[in-house]
Design a protein around this ligand. Structure first.
Ligand code: ADP
Ligand code: MG
Length: 702
């Protein structure tokens, strides 16, 4: 086979496949695969000078070898280096090793030294023949996966480093200085990080503060900023329908029909959105606001602007319950106004009957449905909009990149079928989230997004008091429920996901439901879980919404959107198993009315033990603050951006080296550098993005 021919995927060896799995395909990918840590094999020490717990390399003569059977079969080899002796202990061993360590042989041994009554020992050390040159640099240890031995990976990385084009992509005038010092060259930084000199301060390498690391992190952040900026500029070249606000239209009618006046924040954000809608470029805006801050009304008002301008609006929510809630509320508000104009609201969900769905599709296709509300069903291929002008996504973080892209494409689909437009058109996009994004995340992952924030709650809310209660006080918690119910209040009881098993999850919720039904014979206790048929869920929800059902036991299906102002107590079982943002969302279901409300976080320590430090920090944070921004910030601290971003990043490139908190100065630099790079050095910018992101660049754009 000629050297240039690529082997077919099924011909790849196990380590080759593992390299692919790690995304190490091009020489540059290998060159940028950096060590996790290092081993110092550059020196041989005397046993007499080494300390208990040190990882050391020694050289000496084998003085004794035996296979012992107590407490279990093991090979014991004694080595003397002239200063002291040490016993090597192997529980798995081969005849070849016994031969390698025959009595009288000189060997070089590397491992962790343990002192004790029986003298010095090493467990499963690395052994080779003594003598031979010592390496001059530290030995890198790379992140790897099963089937990819370090030795193989080291060779591959070495080859990648030799072959990769490492010429500079960041010109000196952009690079400048960071923290008052010029940055290292990329080539020098990489050579150093793969094979550092033994006298380097290992701490600096391990905590990534070394100048070589600074260079790599700066490069990585720049690549991320460049790709986001490219996406933003590409979007600005697109066209969207111009949706000007009109006096005397639906917008004003809705304002007049609402039972309350808007908060200052709602007015300001509504204005920001209206300005975007009146432009020829598609809006790409995130509306963030704490649970209960009133995002739905803002969305409804934006929908009015689009409808007034003669276009359709789609509203997509991640669950049927949430979609249903929007539907109920928007229908209350909008349907009478729309009907007076001969227009309709259409409804699309996965569980819909074929006939009903057909009718809805026809309404959407004809353009009679001015407003379309639903779940993922909205983006299915059969759904053809007549004139989609505005797409709104609630709880946007629960949707994946592909789903958002599909919604964006819904307009060009229809326009292609109709008149032949020259420039591709996209609908305006409004994304909503109750999980505020911390500033550093917004600056990096969401750089292609304009952000509006509802930072004010509607008046008349009472803050929710949060209590941490041990599972052992379950009976007291049930008494508290009884007291609330006696006052005509309603209660949520949330059961967690157990070990990711839906079946167990369900049986647990069912048991709790039985327990509470028995303990509270005076109250109607309902059960809601994700496996229930939608019609049943709907029936349970409407009993609870109407106030007939006093207690609702549920799995986390109620997480988003449920709005029952009379609910004043929420009990969350195994609070320690939830993420902070999730707890915050759940807690937001109470405190929606004027009554004093409480959230009880029940926790149980693992059998016989104490609750872990992380779990405790999480629960404490919940009790200490009700500010969604503060909670999001702590959540990011505790969990890191990977989990925080959730579906958005499915399979996508997260930052590998840079840390958004520690490297804020580098992030600021990259943000300023990116537009200059694109304007003044577009070719270098393209090479830089390709070098760092390769095929992953697309993921960061949606
Ligand atoms: P979220 O931001 O969590 O989606 P909602 O839009 O569901 O919040 O609003 C929460 C509740 O507050 C709803 O019952 C809504 O009708 C009500 N609401 C919204 N805006 C106001 C306001 N300006 N004054 C009073 N109540 C409001
Ligand atoms: Mg909402």
């Amino acid at each position: 086979m000629p050297a240039s021919a690529k082997p077919a995927p099924d011909k790849l060896s196990v380590p080759q496949k593992a390299l692919r799995k790690l995304g190490l395909v091009r020489p540059i990918d290998l060159a940028l695969h950096l060590p996790l840590r290092y081993e110092d094999e550059t020196r041989v020490v005397r046993l007499a000078d080494a300390l208990d717990g040190d990882t050391v390399q020694i050289e000496g003569e084998v003085t004794q070898q035996e296979v012992s059977f107590r407490p279990r079969r093991q090979l014991l080899v004694s080595v003397n280096d002239g200063s002291d002796s040490c016993v090597l202990r192997f529980f798995n061993f081969y005849p070849s090793q016994q031969k390698q360590m025959a009595v009288g042989t000189r060997i070089r041994v590397r491992g962790e030294l343990r002192g004790g009554f029986g003298g010095l020992t090493m467990m499963h050390p690395t052994v080779r023949a003594a003598g031979g040159a010592l390496p001059e640099a530290l030995t890198p240890v790379y992140p790897t996966v099963a089937g990819l031995p370090q030795a193989y990976l080291r060779k591959a990385v070495g080859a990648g480093l030799a072959q990769a084009d490492l010429s500079a992509t960041v010109p000196p005038e952009i690079l400048g200085e960071i923290r008052g010092k010029p940055l290292w060259e990329l080539r020098k930084a990489l050579a150093f990080l793969h094979h550092p000199a033994p006298d380097v301060a290992l701490v600096q390498l391990e905590d990534h503060t070394h100048p070589a690391w600074q260079r790599l992190k700066a490069e990585e952040l720049l690549a991320q900023q460049l790709s986001q900026l490219q996406a933003r500029r590409a979007r600005h070249r697109l066209r969207a329908p111009v949706l000007p606000s009109q006096a005397g239209g639906l917008h004003e009618q809705l304002l007049a029909a609402l039972p309350f006046g808007l908060t200052g924040a709602q007015r300001r954000v509504g204005e920001e959105i209206a300005q975007d809608l009146a432009r020829t470029q598609p809006m790409h805006r995130l509306l963030q606001g704490d649970v209960g801050s009133g995002k739905t009304v803002v969305a409804a008002l934006a929908a009015c602007v689009a409808i007034d301008a003669g276009w359709q609006c789609a509203l997509m929510a991640p669950t049927e319950i949430l979609a249903e809630q929007h539907f109920a509320k928007l229908v209350d508000w909008l349907a009478p106004l729309l009907e007076a104009r001969g227009q309709r609201v259409a409804w699309l969900t996965g569980s819909q009957k074929k006939k009903a769905r057909g009718e809805m599709l026809a309404l959407i296709d004809s353009g009679e449905a001015a407003l379309v509300i639903g779940t993922h069903a909205v983006i299915q291929a059969q759904v053809k909009f007549r004139r989609l002008g505005l797409a709104i996504i609630d709880e946007q973080h629960r949707f994946g990149v592909e789903q958002r892209l599909a919604l964006r494409n819904k307009l060009s689909e229809t326009e292609r079928a109709g008149d032949d437009k020259q420039v591709a058109q996209e609908p305006h996009m409004l994304m909503m989230s109750a999980t505020p994004i911390p500033r550093t995340l917004a600056m990096s992952y969401y750089a292609d997004l304009d952000v509006s924030t509802l930072d004010e709650l509607p008046p008349g809310r009472t803050p929710v008091v949060t209590k941490l209660v041990s599972e052992q006080r379950r009976a007291e918690v049930i008494e508290r429920i009884r007291a609330q119910v006696a006052q005509g209040r309603q209660v949520y009881w949330v059961c967690p996901l157990i070990e990711e098993s839906e079946a167990l999850d369900l049986s647990n919720a069912t048991e709790t439901h039985a327990e509470l039904s028995a303990a509270l014979p005076e109250a109607m206790v309902g059960l809601l879980h994700s496996r229930m048929p939608p019609a049943e869920k709907k029936a349970v929800m409407s009993l609870f919404s109407a106030g007939q059902m006093a207690v609702l036991v549920s799995t986390t299906v109620i997480e988003v959107g449920v709005d029952v102002p009379n609910a004043s107590l929420m009990v969350i079982e195994h609070g320690e198993r939830f993420g902070l943002s999730q707890l915050h969302q759940l807690r937001g279901r109470v405190g929606r009315g004027a009554a004093a409300s409480a959230c009880v976080l029940m926790y149980s320590a693992p059998e016989g033990g104490r609750l872990g430090e992380t779990a405790r920090a999480r629960l404490r944070a919940m009790a200490e603050t009700t500010d969604g921004f503060e909670i999001a910030r702590r959540d990011l601290d505790i969990r890191g951006p990977g989990e925080f971003l959730g579906a958005r990043q499915s399979g996508a490139a997260l930052l590998r080296f840079a840390d958004l908190q520690d490297d804020a100065p580098l992030l600021e630099w990259a943000r300023e550098a990116a537009p200059r790079m694109l304007d003044e050095f577009p070719d270098l910018a393209a090479r830089h993005v390709d070098r760092w992101l390769g095929e992953r660049a697309d993921y960061l754009k949606a």
